[in-house]
Ligand binder design. Structure first.
Ligand code: FES
Length: 251
């Protein structure tokens, strides 16, 4: 092999090594745009039917009996799941079990902010026998840190979920979300409320389903301006969904 051939080979191999990490993210984006909720990446979605609100997938989160059993036996009022994508963690929370008192219906903090039916939902009902089970995104809308909803604390100054007043405190820069008021921001730099996952409840089977969200989750890479943008997979971020029951004491 002469010197010129060697240099060419060297450049080709170097270029291949340099672009290799970009291949999967690019394939993921192509998969989204040309295949909608595509099949190229298994990270796209947790369910592939479109019976949810405005095309969101409808996904069975848990059965009420299993969730209630968890709350009773492990005193853990949160239950993690991924929605609408397999790398987007969310959690169910029984606000009545958390606070020890009935929780009134929640006003949708995003009411009127989006075109279409999702933006017209004024109030959000909890599900389950006491209408007290809600679901939220577990990703902080400030800069995207994963929220420690499983860490039960007794002061809003500590990162975790304050069980006395349902404030979820982000460990990164101190954003605080008041869950019993629909995730509104009560402290820190978060620019908007924590997104809620809409739930449906089948009284006969006790199954709880996720059917949509009231707002986009965090993404700095892709401007998400309408709820359906939530179906985009952002390859720069990756989160893990804690195993249930996941509660621990903090603070
Ligand atoms: S990422 Fe949560 S406060 Fe900054």
């Amino acid at each position: 092999m002469n010197r010129r051939t060697f240099l060419r080979l060297y450049l080709v191999v170097g270029a291949a090594i340099a672009i290799a990490p970009l291949v999967k993210p690019i394939a993921d984006y192509v998969g989204y745009f040309y295949n909608e909720i595509g099949t190229l990446s298994k990270q796209y979605l947790v369910a592939n039917n479109t019976n949810g609100i405005s095309g969101f997938p409808k996904y069975k989160v848990a059965n009420i009996k299993d969730f209630q059993q968890q709350v009773k036996t492990s005193n853990c009022p949160v239950y993690f799941f991924a929605y609408p994508l397999t790398n987007e963690p969310c959690f169910l929370v029984d606000l009545e079990a958390l606070l020890g008192k009935p929780v009134p219906q929640i006003q949708n903090p995003y009411y009127g902010q989006f075109a279409g039916p999702l933006g017209q939902i004024k109030t959000i009902n909890g599900v389950g026998p006491n209408n007290s089970i809600y679901a939220f995104s577990d990703v902080c809308v400030h800069l995207g840190c994963q929220l420690p909803a499983q860490v039960l604390v007794t002061s809003s100054n500590d990162p975790g979920l304050d069980i006395d007043n349902s404030i979820l405190h982000c460990p990164c820069h101190g954003s605080m979300y008041l869950l019993e008021k629909g995730g509104i921001v009560v402290g820190g730099p978060a620019p908007r409320p924590l997104p809620i996952v809409f739930l449906e409840y089948d009284e006969n089977s006790g199954d709880i389903y996720a059917v949509g969200t009231n707002a986009p989750y965090f993404s700095a890479a892709i401007p998400r301006t309408k709820p359906s943008d939530n179906l985009l997979y952002d390859p720069r971020y990756s989160y893990s969904t804690p195993s249930n029951p996941a509660c621990s004491k903090g603070g």
